[in-house]
Design a protein around this ligand. Structure first.
Ligand SMILES: [Cu+2]
Length: 223
């Protein structure tokens, strides 16, 4: 039932999907149950001549139970989701494995600027290289992306990697990922940022190790 999700291609995308599944099926089951009860009651207690409606103030325990018991069940399910979600948050957000590749990505109306530090590994030097809307990374390597925004709030979203992070003006936030399948994937903006928001596309290109070396060589021929 979750086939509509895009292919999952990062080391943590399975954890995020497990969380999506947990919430989806919990809420789905609850939705079906609630509406089934409403439908059954609609039919069963429908208008019939000679049967009068009664006002129930809900001041006996048996009556309040209709509210309190479902309320308690929802609360328990919620706590269960929170406990599971906390574990995923811990694994994905609180630990950042050391980076093999570092880039800076800046969102602006309406494009993504990707800055590479070049062979010296340092930003702000002559061999820095800026690409527009293209993020090239090697497969099976940890990539750190330091996000910023030039004008308004954007959101850096790689759906196939299950990675989404707001990019805020005046703040630098570092996220990480490790892609597991070579290919080209969309990079989109997930925060309504102006009239060109829907066209704010970029591409993530996940290379095989050899392809990545070749790409690096092509970008910095003298190194
Ligand atoms: Cu945007």
């Amino acid at each position: 039932m979750l086939r509509w999700l895009p292919e999952s291609v990062s080391t943590f995308s399975g954890d995020i999907d497990a969380l999506i599944r947990l919430i989806y099926y919990t809420v789905g089951a609850w939705f079906v149950l609630t509406f089934a009860v409403i439908l059954i009651f609609l039919v069963r207690y429908r208008y019939r001549p000679g049967r009068r409606a009664v006002y129930l103030p809900g001041n006996t325990l048996a009556q309040s139970a209709w509210v309190l018991v479902p309320g308690l069940v929802v609360l328990l399910l919620d706590i269960g989701i929170d406990i599971y979600g906390e574990r995923v948050w811990e694994a994905v957000k609180l630990h950042q494995p050391p980076a093999a590749v570092q880039v800076r990505v800046t969102g602006k109306q309406f494009a993504w600027e990707v800055l590479y530090p070049g062979p010296d590994g340092r930003f702000g030097t002559a061999d820095d290289r800026q690409l527009n809307g293209e993020l090239h990374v090697p497969v099976h390597q940890v990539v750190h992306v330091t996000l910023g925004a030039e004008d308004v709030i954007h959101s850096f979203f790689l759906p196939h990697l299950r990675l989404k992070q707001d990019a805020l003006p005046g703040r630098q936030l570092t996220v990480w990922f490790e892609a597991t399948v070579p290919g080209t994937y969309p990079l989109v903006c997930a925060e309504l940022c102006g009239t060109g928001h829907t066209g704010m596309f970029g591409r993530l290109i996940v290379h095989t190790p050899e392809d990545y070396q070749a790409w690096v060589k092509a970008q910095w021929p003298s190194s």
